[in-house]
Write a protein that binds this ligand. Structure first.
Ligand SMILES: [Zn+2]
Length: 111
């Protein structure tokens, strides 16, 4: 596997091959969003996610279908979106009271 690969992962709930959001950092690709299953709605737990009282997520490494994705993911209504779309939406809503993106916790909320 090279630094430019963006591997898929199999959903532990339904077996669908899932994609994550990746960003080019010039020496390779870095995952910048959770894996998300478009078939059932499960999403992977992020490395820096605040802990949840969720033994199923701890066991599988994925949030179950019907539960919100990582609070650190770019998301709308608990569904992850890619960083390019999130940036465009952020710019569109910057001077507006109409907020579409899910609010992320600040660094201080997580400590
Ligand atoms: Zn699934």
């Amino acid at each position: 596997m090279s630094a430019w690969d963006t591997p898929s992962e199999k959903c532990p709930y339904c077996g669908t091959e899932c994609e994550a959001d990746w960003v080019d950092v010039e020496v390779g690709m870095i995952q910048c969003g959770p894996y998300y299953c478009e078939n059932c709605g499960a999403s992977s737990v992020g490395l820096y996610d605040p802990p949840r009282d969720d033994p199923e997520a701890a066991r599988t490494g994925w949030y179950a279908p019907g539960t919100p994705c990582s609070p650190l993911a770019n998301a709308i209504g608990g569904v992850p979106i890619d960083h390019v779309a999130a940036k465009r939406i952020y710019e569109m809503q910057y001077d507006s009271d109409f907020k579409i993106l899910d609010k992320k916790p600040s660094k201080f909320d997580l400590e």
